[in-house]
Design a protein around this ligand. Structure first.
Ligand SMILES: C[S@@+](CC[C@H](N)C(=O)[O-])C[C@H]1O[C@@H](n2cnc3c(N)ncnc32)[C@H](O)[C@@H]1O
Length: 343
């Protein structure tokens, strides 16, 4: 999404790029250093517009990058679903969804901040003048067909009970979380996962099945993924000026459905340790069990070593066991599916 085009649809008019940059920096301080005032941006048109300019441009490629991780047959059903964007903000993920489908979609946004709702309406009607955007929760009862509930960076703001209350009320067929990849958020995600499973949902990503999570009691590891994003040059410039790395992003993606869809991933990397002279060392989750994999470098081509050196938490792998050691399983990697892009 082009930043100049987007600026025409903001509810606050920035005088110039510097003015926008200042607001992004202010916002960043509120998100990272001063979390007591995290809600301030929801009451201020200037900060809400800065949020829109910065996060819409990065959330669209983020959504596009996540799509290939998810089961294909599930995606076919999602395309037909009504999107309920919960904690929609300016509607960044509603737009990402609309762009992915590539045609008019039914969207209902649920958002508590009036300023964000205004911003979302202005943006949507600017980008899709002939397509309706619904923001009234009372429309829930009129919805036909399958429903996808999407939480984009909002479950961490509304808390686990807030999330589960929405799920109980909406009763969606499908649920997608795209949340921060932080250690702090992980226990909350786990509580939500367990509750959804007990409500009859199947987890489709990142776990291979509904068994309990092996990282539930882990002190150092948490389940998350990385995504590498190519920004347009103007957004890249803005991110550099704001000293924000928006290229390699940690995130927590979890997908659920009332129906089960086939998926084949058995093993996912949980943590990558610094490589040694002789080996790569990873903690993995294999069929909901914690394991430590050791991959010896001897005999591997330079290309293979470069590929393995690029492994990140969240990548899925297929391996062949060479030897079971006391503290590790020595394996040969048959394939690795980098969820972030190749170098
Ligand atoms: C960080 S923003 C994310 C916005 C958008 N989903 C995105 O990813 O760009 C979080 C949003 O969640 C909204 N929010 C927080 N608690 C909420 C609740 N209980 N119900 C609805 N929206 C809520 C906030 O008002 C805010 O707009």
């Amino acid at each position: 999404m082009d930043l100049n085009l987007l600026r025409q649809h903001l509810i606050y008019e920035f005088k110039n790029e510097n003015d926008l940059l200042k607001a992004i920096e202010e916002l960043s301080v509120k998100f990272t250093q001063n979390r007591d005032h995290i809600g301030d941006y929801l009451k201020d048109k200037r900060l809400a517009s800065a949020y829109t300019a910065f996060y819409l441009t990065t959330n669209i490629p983020k959504f596009q990058g996540i799509i290939p991780w998810l089961p294909q047959s599930w995606l076919e059903d999602l395309r037909q679903s009504t999107l309920i964007d919960i904690g929609a903000g300016p509607g960044t993920f509603s737009i990402a969804f609309r762009e992915w489908v590539g045609a008019a979609v039914e969207v209902l946004q649920i958002e508590t901040s009036q300023i964000m709702r205004d911003q979302a309406q202005k943006l949507w009607s600017g980008l899709y003048p002939d397509e309706k955007l619904t923001q009234s929760k009372s429309s829930l009862r009129d919805l036909q067909g399958q429903k996808l509930a999407l939480f984009g960076h909002s479950a961490n703001e509304m808390g686990t009970e807030g999330v589960l209350n929405y799920i109980r009320e909406i009763n969606p067929d499908h649920i997608l979380f795209i949340e921060p990849g932080t250690k702090d958020f992980f226990p909350k995600m786990l509580t939500i996962r367990e509750a959804l499973i007990s409500m009859g949902y199947h987890i489709l990503f990142p776990c291979p099945n509904n068994e309990s999570c092996p990282l539930a009691n882990s002190v150092n590891d948490w389940c998350h993924q990385f995504i590498q994003i190519k920004q347009s040059p103007d957004v890249e410039r803005l991110a550099q000026m704001a000293r924000k790395d928006r290229r390699l992003l940690p995130l927590t993606v979890q997908a659920f459905s009332k129906h089960n869809y086939s998926q084949h991933t058995k093993t996912r990397i949980v943590r990558v340790f610094a490589e040694t002279k002789f080996s790569f060392e990873w903690d993995v989750c294999e069929l909901n069990q914690n394991k430590h994999f050791q991959i010896m470098k001897r005999g591997l081509s330079k290309v293979t070593q470069a590929k393995l050196a690029f492994a990140k938490a969240g990548d899925s792998v297929e391996v062949e066991i060479e030897k079971t050691l006391e503290e590790a399983v020595r394996v040969k990697v048959k394939s690795i599916n980098h969820h972030s892009l190749e170098p």
